[in-house]
Design a protein around this ligand. Structure first.
Ligand SMILES: *Cc1c(COP(=O)(O)O)cnc(C)c1O
Length: 410
C-alpha cells in the first residue's frame, strides 16, 4: 500500500465517521448495528478499529461456508481471469456443469438460474402459473397460489403483495392478486383453501425471518400428500433453510419430503456473488420456453463457477454433518439458558430462534449487548434473535457464543 493511500485510509476512518457517512448517504432501508466491518475470515469479522467479532448471523445464511472459504474464493479468482459474463445469448463453459451438479444435488431434472432470492421466488410463481394454464388446465388469469401467514419470500411488489408484515407490505399497493393466505402449520385450513384454480402452495419448510418457526410434526409430509392428491405444486422456498443450514441439504429432507420445486439462493453464491435458482423436474420447469423468462446476469460464468463450487462442498456431506453435530452442542447450550432470560428456543441444525424474555430486554437490546460482547447477531420480530453461525464454526466457538449470550442476559 502506498503512503498516500495509507494516510487517506487513516483520516476519518473511525467507526463513528463511517456510520455518519452511511447515515448521510445510504437510504435507510436497514437499521444496522453500530459496527463497521472491514475484513473477515471464516466465522470471524474485524471492524475498522481492529476489534474481532464472532459472526453468528452469517449474512442471513448466505455465508454458510464462512467468510472467504478457500475453495470458493479460488473458484471465483480463477473465473475472474477467464470470463465473467457472456449473457445467455451464448453458452458458457460454466453453466452446464453448474446446473448438472445442482440438479444432481436436488435430485431434479432442470435448473433455472437467477441472481437474488426474490427473483427465484418470482420465477417459481411464474412457472407455477404457466404450469397451471398449460398443464393443469386452469382458465386463463384464474390461477391462485396459497401462501402462509408469517411468510418471508423477498421484497418485490408481487412478493410484498402477499406479505402480512405491515412494514414490508403497507403503501406499496396496488397489490398483485392471486394469492390466498392460510395459517402456517394448519393442515385443515390449507385443505379448505384449495380450489380447482389452485396451482401451487408456496412455503418455507421452516420460517426464517419469522423467527425460525418450525411447523408441527408431520405437517410437511401431510402438505406433500395433500398437494399431490389435489394436483397442486408444492414450492419449497429453501433460500434460507437450505444448503446445509439445518443439518440436511434441504430442510424438507428432515421430513423426507420432496417438493415439486426447490427455490434456492443465499448460500448458493458462497457469500461472494448473488446466485439463486429454481430447481424442478422437466414436467414442471419444461413450461419455460425461450424468451418467456430471463435475466441478463442469471447463470453468468462467475456465478456458475462459485455456485458449482458450493454444490461441490455440499456433495461431500461434510457441512450437513457439522451442522447436525454442532447444532446439538448449540441446542444443549441454549437449552441451559431457558428460564434464565430466554423464554423459548427453536432449533434445527445450526439455526436457532431464541425468544428473549421481553421483561428483560428487547431483541434489539440483546443484539446491542452481544455486539459489545463480541458476537454479531440480528433480532427479528421484537423479542426474537436468530442465530445462524457459519457451518465452519468450531465447538469452542459455539461454546463462546452460548457463554456470551448467557452473560448478556444475566
Ligand atoms: C432472504 C430470503 C428471500 C429473499 O432473498 P433475497 O436474495 O434477499 O432477494 C426469500 N425467501 C427467503 C426464505 C429468504 O430467507
Amino acid at each position: 500500500m502506498s503512503e498516500t493511500t495509507a494516510a487517506t485510509d487513516a483520516v476519518g476512518s473511525s467507526t463513528q465517521d463511517h456510520i455518519s457517512l452511511a447515515e448521510h448517504w445510504v437510504a435507510s432501508n436497514y437499521h444496522p448495528l453500530p459496527v463497521v466491518i472491514s475484513r473477515a475470515e471464516g466465522v470471524w469479522v474485524t471492524d475498522v478499529d481492529g476489534r474481532r467479532y464472532l459472526d453468528a448471523l452469517a449474512g442471513y445464511s448466505a455465508l454458510n461456508f464462512g467468510h472467504g472459504h478457500p475453495a470458493l474464493t479460488a473458484a471465483a479468482r480463477d473465473q475472474l481471469d477467464r470470463v465473467t459474463l457472456t449473457s445467455r445469448a451464448f453458452h458458457s463453459d460454466r453453466l452446464g456443469p453448474f446446473c448438472r451438479d445442482l440438479a444432481a444435488l436436488a435430485g431434479k431434472d432442470l435448473v433455472l438460474p437467477m441472481n437474488t432470492g426474490a427473483e427465484a421466488v418470482e420465477t417459481a410463481i411464474k412457472v407455477a402459473r404457466k404450469w397451471g394454464y398449460e398443464v393443469k388446465g386452469v382458465p386463463e388469469d384464474q390461477a391462485r397460489i396459497i401462501v402462509m401467514a408469517g411468510n418471508f419470500h423477498g421484497r418485490t411488489t408481487t412478493i410484498v403483495s402477499f406479505s402480512d408484515d405491515p412494514i414490508a407490505h403497507d403503501h406499496y399497493g396496488p397489490y398483485t392478486p392471486g394469492f390466498d393466505t392460510v395459517p402456517y402449520g394448519d393442515l385443515a385450513a390449507l385443505e379448505a383453501a384449495i380450489t380447482d384454480d389452485t396451482v401451487a402452495v408456496l412455503l418455507e419448510p421452516i420460517q426464517g425471518e419469522g423467527g425460525v418457526i418450525i411447523p408441527p410434526e408431520g405437517y410437511l409430509t401431510a402438505v406433500r400428500e395433500l398437494t399431490t392428491r389435489r394436483g397442486v405444486l408444492m414450492l419449497a422456498d429453501e433460500i434460507q433453510s437450505g444448503l446445509g443450514r439445518t443439518g440436511r441439504t434441504f430442510a424438507c429432507d428432515l421430513d423426507d419430503v420432496v417438493p415439486d420445486v426447490y427455490i434456492l439462493g443465499k448460500a448458493l453464491g458462497g457469500g461472494i456473488v448473488p446466485v439463486s435458482a429454481v430447481v424442478a423436474d422437466r414436467s414442471v420447469l419444461g413450461v419455460i420456453t425461450p424468451g418467456s423468462h430471463g435475466s441478463t446476469f442469471g447463470g453468468n460464468p462467475l456465478a456458475a463457477a462459485v455456485g458449482q463450487a458450493v454444490v461441490g462442498l455440499l456433495a461431500t456431506g461434510e457441512y450437513q454433518e457439522r451442522a447436525q453435530r454442532l447444532g446439538k452442542v448449540l441446542a444443549d447450550g441454549l437449552g441451559g439458558l431457558v428460564g434464565h432470560g430466554i423464554d423459548a428456543v427453536r432449533i434445527r441444525g445450526l439455526w436457532a430462534g431464541v425468544d428473549i424474555d421481553p421483561a428483560l430486554m428487547t431483541g434489539r437490546e440483546a443484539c446491542r449487548r452481544l455486539l459489545d460482547g463480541g458476537v454479531l447477531v440480528k433480532d427479528t420480530h421484537g423479542s426474537t434473535i436468530r442465530l445462524a453461525p457459519p457451518l465452519v464454526i468450531e465447538e469452542d466457538e459455539v461454546d463462546l457464543l452460548v457463554t456470551t449470550l448467557g452473560q448478556v442476559l444475566r
